[in-house]
Design a protein around this ligand. Structure first.
Ligand code: FES
Length: 83
């Protein structure tokens, strides 16, 4: 299926208990800052996504990212997030 250039892209960030213990709140804040320039992306905070041991977890375009750190974030967003 071809992707519409104007289609909104959603970035799901787990805010469940285990992910929060592993830094999901800060990750969420960092993503929000980085997305300010990307009008086509929207952050969605989720409950537990059953990948607790890999937390903090995020999903972009059906691809899971686990144990995401601050230093991973630029790379992940630059590769996957719409501008
Ligand atoms: S708490 Fe984040 S996947 Fe379970």
């Amino acid at each position: 299926m071809k992707k519409d250039r104007n289609q909104k892209q959603y970035i799901f960030v787990c805010q469940g208990k285990d992910c929060l213990k592993n830094g999901a709140r800060q990750l969420q804040r960092d993503i929000e800052k980085l997305l300010k320039q990307r009008k086509r992306c929207q952050l969605i905070k989720t409950r537990c996504m059953d990948r607790c041991k890999d937390g903090p977890s995020l999903v972009i375009d059906d691809v899971w990212y686990g144990k995401v750190t601050d230093s991973d974030l630029d790379e992940v967003l630059n590769k996957k997030a719409a501008k």
